[in-house]
Design a protein around this ligand. Sequence first.
Ligand code: GUN
Ligand code: ZN
Length: 435
Amino acid sequence: TSADPVLYRATFMHTPRSPFADAEALHAEDDGGLLVAGGTILASGPWAEVRAQAPEAPVTDLRGGLLLPGFVDTHVHYPQVRVVGGLGMPLLDWLDRNALPEEARLADEGYARAVAREFLGALAMNGTTTALVFGAHYAGAMHAFFEEAATSGLRTVAGLVVGDRLLRPELHTTPERAYAEGRTLIERWHGRGRALYAVTPRFSLSASEGLLDACGALLREFEGVRFTSHINENVTEVEVVRGLFPEARDYLDTYERAGLVGRRSVLAHNVWPSDRELGAMAEHRCSAAHCPCSNSALGSGFFPLRRHLAAGVHVSLGSDVGGGTGFSLLKEGVQAYFMQQLMGADGVALTPAHLLYLATRAGAEALDLGDLTGDFSAGRQFDAVHLSPPPGTPLAAVYAHAEGPGRLLAATFASGTQGDVARVWVGGDEVYARG
Ligand code: GUN
Ligand code: ZN
């Protein structure tokens, strides 16, 4: 990262505020400028105004494309990059037949490192600059992951996944070992460079009360550590959890009782929440990570976004690779839109501004990284994705002729892909360049 100022000239858009709260939240600059020094945005606005503040600074001209804040994926599994596309199974069968056999292979640290490289490369080439990463069940695989993540330059929040029942024996740990390995990983990696640690029981179905308590101990002991897990994804899963925790009020309560739910907790899916759970989630100020492609692929159900919003629960977006079908948060955005459309009166009519917010700012806030990233306001890190459709593609034609920022953004979510991502930066460092 150069400490000298650099000026980026581009059509850019961002959502510094939530479009769910403010209909005017989309901020678009047709000819915009971003002044960046030492990785931090110093000024953001119309080109002429920003240029006037730094008349001598070298200019990176990104006109002809669209510059967006880097995407924030708040639920994605690193060990599942090679098992994307296992279609035709509901969650618990999919885990047994598709995901867990592959996750067991990460016992081999060399294998895990190769998978970590593929995974981090896939995030970057899709414009994801920050990710809450569901890790592996092996401490060695997590050390390899954090080493590779440091090399990649991406912002990652990740942790050792723990379970002590109902997976496969080679994936099981104990509360004592989960605590000890978690502690070592936190001391080594939490807050180092762009990495943070997330305490990560796989889900209550595969976690004894003792294991969840060990997770709670880590959260209490180490400042700033995040929490993530799965919740209310599939009706069969919810029933099994109810049977395993007869004392708990509901699925959320299995986590609440262990002290795992707070402002820095992200719970993936929540397709089947009760009103009690939604109210409690709002009170705890935790987040729900909505994973629409996964919910469709595994037939999990329709995410009740309207009920989350009405209860005041913060919602962000996740790709849930490999239950999900790919790394693009553009695709997750449009799939969220599709599913809400199909819900009729129960759905929320999402606009392009909502999709951008869900893919960027909402994720930064879910991770409590809102001061650092998620939009192009002055003071944020320059985390950005430059979309520039290859000449001759249909999206390039839209970019050349779109009338207004809303149309441009809508077309980007509707048909943009990995191939349209030209360059990606994190903290002013280029982490991906096409070709
Ligand atoms: N619940 C527990 N583990 C998983 C997983 O790997 N993927 C999904 N989608 N749900 C889960
Ligand atoms: Zn998941």
